[in-house]
Ligand binder design. Structure first.
Ligand SMILES: *Cc1c(COP(=O)(O)O)cnc(C)c1O
Length: 495
């Protein structure tokens, strides 16, 4: 099982190389040469397994140059003793035919934990194989949740340093506190003056700057990425769709016509994982791509034109406030039958003009696979309230976007197949927004909001969030987007 780059088919690397590097030298993203498939017998076996075992089975298919022991070491390290009740991805039945796939029972209360608890294991195992003792430097651009999840995953991991950049005005108070209070001897956190796309572009630029690479090389260091451009982030996300299917089968659900999946989408990593799960043989029907007011993907799926030249909105679902969805590159590579030159053409047009148009064949495939929809903050809040009033279930702002778009899809199409909705964060992570959605007064103090939310909903706040109360921030760094390279070199003391 080798990996190729979306921008140059001749770039062939092993799984360990793909994960250790994060991104291909010419800027492309690594994808498996072939997508492995699961047989009925495989699924029957998977149904009998617990989550870490399922993860070993699925990831083993992608990690060609890992031994079975190494794969098990990674999955056990990531998924045993780290998630509530050792259930990383439980299903909650909202109502007949609608399941909520709760992906926020990990240490940072967002779905990013599913991948970022295992990535440090995958990365250090890979680095041992291919980097010959070099220190791995992780740079992360975050819209809020990735940063904290990556910090938790990588804190004090030997042989690594991690730096996180978040948009100073683009994360929730709780997300900011989570990151600024991070412990660990190998961590550094910066707010940047700019939005998520500025942070992401800044990180990409540093990664691909040959002068910076040379400086690292001279100091026995190497960059890697914990963003979902890294295949080591994506592969673990495929597992929870396989696992959800097994859980449904175990319950005796009738899935002859498959089930639809609705995903609150930003960088297109989570929904891409659902697509790969489908390719592997999970009977996923429609992939429902749900956006907030930053609806660049909704428009793209409707027209075939990706156009980031538009106003950027700061919303109550900040982890989806994104105008450049990096992982769409992998999707378009697949749908153009792995045409690297087309991929390069589109990505260059995006870089140079901020837009591109896919051809008719790719558009037709997109139409077949996806439904795109969006909802604004008002609709998001309305959905939180309706879901709570009707079903007694409290969902966060991101999940609510997906619930709303899933409903819209059902109404528009009459498609009655079961729906699995990816729930990407705990409502307590966005306590103020959720409170105001329920018609209560928001509070200036995040922990007042948590207390109020507990009282109103009768639910329990996750321990990792409750424990933040009274913690003093450790980091208070702010820089311009164009200073990112400088602060990285300073932190690494290789200026
Ligand atoms: C990251 C994130 C998303 C978006 O996921 P992508 O894989 O980037 O599309 C949605 N919701 C929450 C809570 C997130 O943290």
């Amino acid at each position: 099982m080798n990996y190729i780059s979306t921008r140059d088919l001749k770039q062939q690397v092993t799984a360990a190389q793909a994960i250790a590097r994060g991104i291909s030298a010419e800027g492309g993203l690594f994808v498996p040469e072939i997508i492995p498939t699961l047989t009925d017998e495989d699924f029957a076996n998977l149904c009998k397994m617990n989550y870490p075992q399922r993860a070993s089975f699925v990831l083993g298919k992608f990690l060609g140059d890992f031994t079975a022991e190494e794969v098990d070491y990674c999955t056990k390290g990531a998924y045993v003793g780290t998630f509530d009740e050792d259930k990383p991805a439980p299903l909650h039945t909202l109502c007949d035919g609608t399941e909520i796939l709760e992906l926020w029972h990990g240490p940072t209360c967002a779905f990013k934990d599913l991948a970022l608890q295992i990535l440090p294991f995958l990365l250090t195992t890979s680095a041992k194989k291919v980097n010959g003792g070099k220190k791995t430097v992780i740079l992360v651009a975050t819209s809020g949740d990735t940063g904290k999840a990556a910090l938790e995953g990588f804190k004090d991991v030997p042989g690594t340093e991690i730096m996180v950049f978040y948009p100073s005005d683009g994360v929730s108070a709780m997300q900011k506190l989570q990151m600024d209070t991070q412990v660990g001897e190998n961590v550094c956190v910066y707010a940047i003056k700019g939005n998520f796309d500025d942070a992401q572009s800044g990180v990409k630029k540093i990664f691909t700057d040959p002068d910076v690479a040379k400086k690292l090389e001279e100091n026995n260091m190497l960059f890697s990425s914990a963003n979902s451009i890294n295949w080591g982030r994506l592969a673990p996300q495929i597992v929870y769709y396989v696992s959800a299917y097994c859980d449904l089968l175990n319950r005796g659900e009738k899935l002859d016509n498959g089930f639809n999946v609705a995903v609150p989408t930003g960088n297109f990593g989570n929904i891409l994982a659902a697509y790969y799960a489908k390719k592997m043989g999970v009977p996923v029907g429609k992939l429902i791509c749900a956006s907030n007011a930053n609806k660049v993907l909704t428009d793209f799926l409707a027209t075939g034109v990706y156009d980031r030249n538009r106003s950027f909105f700061t919303t109550i679902s900040p982890s989806m406030d994104i105008l450049i969805s990096s992982n769409l590159e992998r999707m378009l590579f697949e749908l153009s039958d792995r045409d690297a030159s087309k991929t390069v053409e589109w990505q260059n047009a995006l870089k140079n003009n901020g837009s591109y148009k896919v051809d008719a064949e790719v558009k037709a495939k997109l139409d077949d696979l996806f439904y795109g929809g969006y909802c604004d903050d008002a609709k998001t809040k309305e959905t939180i309230k309706t879901v709570f009033d009707k079903f007694g279930y409290l969902c966060d702002t991101h999940t609510a976007v997906a619930v709303n778009v899933a409903e819209e899809y059902k109404e528009k199409t009459g498609d009655t197949r079961p729906m699995v909705i990816a729930s990407t964060a705990s409502p307590y992570k966005f306590a103020n927004s959720v409170l105001s959605a329920l018609g209560k007064n928001a509070s200036d103090d995040e922990f007042d909001a948590v207390e109020q939310l507990k009282a109103v909903s009768g639910t329990v706040a996750p321990t990792p969030l409750a424990e933040l109360k009274g913690k003093k921030p450790r980091f208070n760094n702010l820089c311009e987007a164009d200073q990112m390279e400088q602060v990285v070199l300073e932190y690494l003391k290789i200026k």
